[in-house]
Write a protein that binds this ligand. Sequence first.
Ligand code: FAD
Length: 389
Amino acid sequence: MRREVKQDTTYQPGFLFIPFGVYAPADVQRSRHRYIPDGVELVLGEIDRVDADANKVLLADGRELGYDYLVIATGTTPRPDQTPGMLGSQWRKSIFDFYSLDGATALTGALAAFDGGRVVVHVTDMPIKCPVAPLEFTFLAEAYFRSRDMRDRVELTYVTPLPGAFTKPIASQHLGSMLAERKIEVEPDFMVERIDDEKKALISYDEREIPFDLLVTVPLNMGAAYVGRSGLGDELNYVPVDKHTLLAKAHDNIFAVGDASNIPTSKAGSVAHFGVDVFTGNFCQHVEGKPMTGRFDGHANCFVESGDGKGLLIDFNYETEPLTGSFPLPVVGPFGLLRENTRNHWGKLAFRWMYWHLLLPGRPIPIPAHMSMAGKHQPAAAPAAAMKE
Ligand SMILES: Cc1cc2nc3c(=O)[nH]c(=O)nc-3n(C[C@H](O)[C@H](O)[C@H](O)COP(=O)(O)OP(=O)(O)OC[C@H]3O[C@@H](n4cnc5c(N)ncnc54)[C@H](O)[C@@H]3O)c2cc1C
């Protein structure tokens, strides 16, 4: 797949809000040049291949970049081309995605023009970046149709390859009951084989058929194609690394940070940030020939927008699943873990500012890289249904 290398960088979490008119495309794009510190050479170009034996990165335009150490940070990309029928006659007519800026922008018009019928929100396969984003889209769509006084004319279904709403049991139970409260059908364990664009239906390998008038899909997510071509990736082009140091298993001078690696936690901007916090110290030790002492714990921290100006927060790592409680401080919070409130919604919106002004310029943020148990309730205390404030 050929990739256009853009001058702009995007705030991908903002794509969620574009279809609902909360953000315009210009709100989530900025020139990447301003974030590159002095003394760092910025080379814009598509990577075609890495020659790990010769320590070279080969660009598609023929340029070659030699390296002593390579840090792969090319993320993961939605690949609608991987599901038969997805890019057929209904693509961007009644089939949309919001994981790309173009897709989110096109969906704005389709949602505004939608007059009722079957809306299906669909996840092709895991892992995807920000695994809560399709749930957030579903909650926001439900609230949006209510606000347009047409909820009774919309049948809303959430189709997932998982056995429940989310990957981890306690969060899955909370988020699943929120779907049920909003009268959103869930179709679990659905492995899509193809899309029949004449019938306008998702077809699974076990021959279930889900018709739609409007399909909002999260296509298969894959690491960059050059990772596969270079023999550096697994079957989804993610780089196998040590999950605590992010050092590639097969190469002592290659690291993979952010979504590009195969670490067993959510693919998320928060994980990319916390992981890099640990990586920087380790990298300096590694270059000096010393053992790496930092151990990344898989920390993820994600606000989950739930509609009507509310949201939840989840905070977890490799060992601890998302739990109920308050964050970052016990009792006072101010944010609620797996608990809907308006503060979480404002936290989510404030993150765009933090992204441009703290995260991208590399300034510290007030959340430590390693997960803390402060404020978290142990599983036995977790209630069955989502609490509300
Ligand atoms: C809709 C949506 C909502 C999200 N919401 C949240 C959220 O609420 N919280 C959260 O923490 N995370 C969220 N995320 C996930 C978050 O955006 C990503 O996890 C994060 O951007 C990963 O950072 P990264 O640097 O690893 O990869 P990216 O930010 O994807 O950057 C990868 C870069 O590599 C470049 N690249 C790829 N291939 C090549 C190539 N061959 N040659 C040259 N360049 C290449 C790309 O152009 C890109 O600039 C969301 C994502 C989406 C899509």
